[in-house]
Ligand binder design. Structure first.
Ligand code: SF4
Length: 897
């Protein structure tokens, strides 16, 4: 609970999760939480929120928060320190290492969760004043291939279109994007375009996601073949006379070579279909749809970006739009759907190691321009290490000091196990964080700096359509937490750069950032918000969402127009776009007899990144509560896997043990695992440990979708759960996954330990102050702990095979209560206490899968509208609507009327 919170005014802010950038109305309540609603005036969402955004009020508590600076003592224990002591340690450590080993011996690793102002100050400090470009960000893992592809084609990292194009398009192609779960509010906008205007939807993805199930056409292409598909499309468009010869001639170069290369890769529909592993008729249908739809938007996301050929994939898509001139006009264009809330803001300030600042790079005149603007004494003159290379440099001992801000690389990096080991080699390891404990902090951080969290800090973020919005605080800063821009400035001042880092407020930082964007920018750079450079504090406080460019006269952008490139005006020296010839599609690592599967990774609907925020919400936990692996039924049969059982998924780099989900949504030969679980939330489910560190040669983005992998069944004798308010030490060898519940925590369990071991556990972990009652009924073991007349904890285990029992604990609670002085029997839950509850489909109204199935099977509900009327499911945020539709179809197949 946020103990300092008081009921306050309603504040307009933005959601801290995905790149849709929804506006949020937030009001602190008097219980330490917050009332949350969509902001009806925000252009990104017009009042809508998805399940994650709707649950934000459950995630602002202070449990587990880092509230004070901490320093690791000689004995290895982290101990509270004052800000001065902590900042001196950071500045002194960096100064000594830089003096001894040079500026490239230190690095910052930032985050798409930082606000633009935080990002700006950190980037300025490292690149302008320390003199290294070793600043990278978790955005490298998310959308760096889009940046590289756009820079290759446009000469700038420009998203040409706007969300309004999704309302105007006749064809929306989603490539490598499970938008229904990862960009839910935007996805619902796409669905409205389909329903209201008849827009056609094509989904291209190796996996049949919930997004795919509502498409007019789904192309389940083989992993890594996106480039072949779009080369085939380019050839098809050329042969059918769909090229825009005028646009190609006036505004581009390199078309002939690009078309020739496309012909070599995918000369016809048949070859394209074979290379992609999909039916020829479906490829033909897609090509015909694209040919016939002048208003076509191609949205792409991590399925394209997270690839060792991600940049080529992006360019193959852009090539088709440039060739048809379908760019920058209403309802058309390539559209990068950004994963993180402020990846775009990070790109604007230069938060990537191969950018400098304000969309400038490491070319001599831009280095000189930024140097003069910052009056920088030691500006970096070459690119720094991108994320994977940065951590490999730490592994080699070349980088000796690292400052991580607002991210959890010990979980999310590829080859994460090796990366954690590397972190332990650092001479100085600083972490700015919201939480006291996560896998990165626990990898040996020497200094912890308490950073302000969402709801406590002010600043700006930029969403996928270049719209800058304010995030505003509605909670007081807890403990000694400080905004990241303040912390970075304080360290800079201690390093001797007081004048350049004398920011007094977020508005101060923003004004400088805006001024740099227009500095000597005679239309040569796309990013220009010079119109905001003189914004007053008051106007900054009141800033409405504003889409850049915020300045008249940007070439290629008519006054008042927010789209780029309809009339050319690209940001290359000759103002022409570049067609980029594709390389033949290939996956860098081959499967083998030892690792015959392709491991795909991704997100689930109701969790975000490593769950440090969403993992606190009971209603979000109820959707998919345990880490799992999706397997095709053929593969499951071959490998001896059963739905609901357990499997070890392994690669060259590591192994996880996950629940098995058998589904024909998966391609044979492919596995899918979600990325969210860490050592804080599961015993053995840190998927980053498995992922290959092979990277794209242009973007440096790692291949996270196709690591060669193996899978084998794992047997447990018992499974069940335990609930407790206290921290637990579970018996050795226990498989567990932690699930947020209303009070305390629930741990889902699987074990080969005997009931005797669990009896000891119950007495040790549940019993010290409580009354315990337990029961052993054959292999079924249950124990309850009653404290002051209330059920305080329990542990329940039953044979792993067979359906989970309905755990009615009332009799046991009565026995324990009798020993506790005969107080009234507490009621744990209506009808008993059920541990392994059914999955919840609708997070907003907590409607479970069984309830929806029953409503459909009874014949009473034949549509999502019927389900909404009878159960309310799907009537609030709408994130579950695709799943409700799928359940209706599945039930109709299983139980035809
Ligand atoms: S779609 Fe959901 S997660 Fe994304 S910004 Fe909107 S409310 Fe947040």
């Amino acid at each position: 609970m946020n103990a300092l919170a008081q009921p306050g005014p309603t504040v307009r802010t933005t959601c801290p999760y995905c790149g849709v950038g929804c506006g949020v109305l937030a009001q602190a309540d008097d219980r330490g939480g917050a009332a949350i609603a969509g902001d009806p005036t925000h252009p990104a969402n017009l009042g809508r929120l998805c399940s994650k955004g709707s649950a934000l009020g459950e995630t602002v508590g202070l449990e587990g928060r880092l509230l004070h600076p901490m320093l690791r003592r000689r004995d290895g224990v982290l101990a509270r320190a004052g800000w001065n002591e902590a900042l001196d340690r950071v500045a002194g450590g960096f100064r000594a290492i830089i003096a001894r080993d040079g500026p490239d011996a230190v690095a910052f690793y930032l985050s798409g969760q930082l606000l633009t102002e935080d990002y700006y100050v950190a980037n300025k400090l490292m690149k302008g004043f320390i003199g290294s470009a070793n600043v990278d960000t978790n955005s490298r893992l998310c959308m760096a291939s889009s940046v590289a592809g756009q820079r290759r084609a446009f000469g700038s990292d420009t998203v040409p279109g706007t969300y309004a194009d999704l309302d105007l398009a006749d064809l929306i192609v989603l490539v490598g994007s499970n938008a229904a779960w990862c960009h839910p509010v935007l996805y619902q906008r796409i669905m409205r375009s389909k329903t209201d205007r008849g827009a056609r939807i094509v989904v291209i993805d190796p996996r049949r996601t919930v997004t795919a199930q509502e498409a007019d056409l789904f192309l389940p292409i083989a992993p890594g073949t996106d480039t072949a598909l779009f080369c085939g499309l380019l050839v098809h468009l050329a042969e059918r006379g769909a090229l825009n010869a005028g646009y190609i001639a006036a505004h581009t170069i390199g078309f002939a070579e690009t078309l020739a290369r496309a012909r070599a890769i995918a000369p016809d529909i048949g070859t394209t279909a074979r290379r992609c592993g999909v039916p020829e008729g479906d490829v033909s249908q897609f090509f015909n749809l694209f040919y016939a739809s002048a208003r076509a938007v191609t949205g792409f996301s991590q399925g394209v970006n997270q690839s060792a050929q991600g940049t080529d994939k992006v360019n193959a898509i852009i090539n088709c739009h440039l060739a048809t001139g379908r760019i920058g006009r209403p309802g058309m264009g390539p559209f990068s759907l950004t994963g993180q809330p402020n990846a775009m803001g990070g790109r604007e300030v230069g938060g990537l190691a191969n950018q400098l600042a304000a969309h400038m790079g490491f070319v001599p005149d831009e280095i000189d321009r930024v140097r003069r603007f910052w009056m920088a004494p030691r500006i970096a003159t070459r690119e720094g290490h991108k994320a994977v290379a940065m951590f490999e440099a730490i592994e080699r001992g070349e980088i000796k000091a690292l400052w991580v801000m607002a991210t959890n690389p010990a979980v999310s990096l590829p080859r994460a196990g090796a990366m954690r080991a590397a972190l332990e080699r650092l001479e100085l390891f600083v972490v700015s964080e919201n939480v006291q404990s996560n896998d990165t902090v626990n990898a040996g951080a020497h200094v912890l700096l308490p950073a302000a969290a969402w709801g406590e800090k002010h600043g700006t973020v930029t969403n996928s359509e270049r719209c800058i919005s304010r995030q505003r605080a509605f909670l007081p800063l807890p403990g000694e937490a400080k905004p990241d821009w303040w912390i970075a400035s304080a360290v800079a001042q201690r390093l001797g750069f007081a004048q350049a880092f004398s920011f007094r407020s977020e508005a101060d930082v923003f004004r400088e950032h805006a001024a740099l964007s227009e500095f000597e920018n005679a239309g040569t750079r796309d990013f220009d918000i010079g119109g905001l450079a003189a914004i007053s504090d008051h106007a900054y406080d009141a800033l409405e969402p504003v889409q850049w460019p915020v300045r008249a006269g940007v070439p290629g952008v008519p006054p008042g127009e927010k789209r780029f490139f309809a009339a050319g005006g690209f940001f290359t020296p000759d103002r022409k776009a570049r067609f980029v010839p594709s390389e033949p599609p290939c996956l860098q690592e081959a499967t083998s007899a030892a690792f015959p599967f392709r491991l795909n990774t991704g997100r689930v609907r109701d969790q975000w990144h490593t769950m440090t925020r969403t993992g606190q919400s009971p209603r979000l936990a109820a959707h998919l509560a345990e880490p799992f692996v999706e397997v095709h039924p053929q593969d499951a049969g071959r490998m001896g896997l059963t739905d609901g059982g357990f499997a070890e998924v392994s690669t060259l780099h590591g192994a996880c043990i996950l629940r098995v989900m058998v589904t024909d949504n998966q391609r044979p030969g492919s596995l899918f695992v979600p990325i969210h679980w860490s050592a804080e939330t599961a015993s053995c489910a840190r998927v980053g440990d498995l992922v290959s560190a092979r990277t794209d040669p242009y973007s440096g983005q790692p291949e996270a979708k196709a690591t060669p992998a193996a899978i084998a069944p794992v047997e447990f004798a018992l499974r069940g759960f335990t609930r407790t308010r206290a921290a637990l030490t579970l018996p050795a060898g226990t498989w567990w996954a932690k699930v947020a519940v209303a009070e305390g925590a629930e741990y889902r369990l699987a074990t080969n330990q005997s009931a005797l071991v669990w009896h000891d556990f119950a007495y040790r972990s549940l019993g010290p102050d409580a009354r315990l009652a337990e029961q052993l009924d054959g292999p079924v073991y249950r124990a309850v702990a009653v404290l002051d007349g209330h059920l305080d904890g329990c542990v329940c285990l039953a044979p792993a095979h067979g359906s989970a029992p309905q755990w009615d604990l009332i009799g046991l609670v009565a026995a324990a209560t009798a020993e506790d002085g005969g107080r009234p029997i507490p009621k744990p839950a209506a009808g008993g206490y059920i541990g392994e509850s059914e999955p919840v489909v609708c997070a907003c109204f907590q409607v479970g899968l069984d309830a929806v199935r029953k409503a459909v099977a009874s014949g009473g509900a034949t549509s999502v509208a019927d389900i909404g009327r009878t159960l309310r499911a799907g009537t609030n945020c709408g994130s579950c609507l695709p799943e409700l539709k799928r359940i209706i179809v599945d039930e109709r197949i299983a139980h035809p009327l």
